[in-house]
Design a protein around this ligand. Sequence first.
Ligand code: AMP
Length: 294
Amino acid sequence: MIRCERPDQARAWCAAGRDEGRTIGFVPTMGALHEGHLALVARARAENDLVVASVFVNPLQFGERDDFERYPRDFEGDARSLASVGCDLAFTGTLADFFPAEVGADGRFEPRALRAPGPAARGLEGDLRPGHFAGVATIVARLFEIVRPTRSYFGHKDYQQTLVVAELARELGYPEVVVCPTLRDPDGLAMSSRNRRLSADDRPRALVLSRALRAARDLWQRGERDPARLAERMREVAGDRGVELEYAALRDPERWTPGEPRGPLERAVALVAARVGPVRLIDNLRLDGPEGLS
Ligand code: AMP
């Protein structure tokens, strides 16, 4: 596997691959990789001639300085993991490398250069993390421009993000956006780089997220279609000491609305966000689909 410390080197390598007529599968990440990330790479490996991954903790998408600074970083370990699943090129860089024209001499990103995300950025994560999806759209557009992938792979775990990225890809005219299932630990906890920061006491508490989603799915399977009642059930299950629930919500997965949809749902995705100790976690589950918690 080739490792590039500078996005420009990755840009040249990808351009050469495209000139030879090869398809490129791309997996953007913030590193501290786990099996969920590697499953995206494996899927990209199976569907493309070349596989490229980026590892960059994007400061533009963090509201809380603390969360950004404490975000785990391990490019060496990540490069080894990526190589082990057949990635061809892994690249990283600094904010100034990615945005040479937008970052000033003082290291500050010019706020006017932020990209406005589409309508899927409204509600839930968009409300609780102001500016988050603008940061995501800005870096993802730049990464797409560097790699110019045929397909790009994202996890269902960040459901609202997949919608924001799909809107961006439609606007740009490329790439195809492939959404992959959420990988979980055996007890149901969705894998996340942030799980590394859970204390031994908090780790079991974090199970309230998947437990709440499972409760919503059970109710759905018994015929409940009212979003308010499904959300209420999640809130009952998620009430636990040491866990601060930020939201437990329902959406029509195919018609994103900023607020809870009204009336009986035909399709549903249940979404939760909670602070477990100092760590903010999110998870979601399609209630009507094949993707589920075993
Ligand atoms: P991140 O490094 O957290 O920005 O994640 C990079 C990509 O991996 C995103 O598309 C995430 O949705 C995806 N991802 C994160 N966690 C998981 C998981 N548990 N299962 C599958 N994909 C995931």
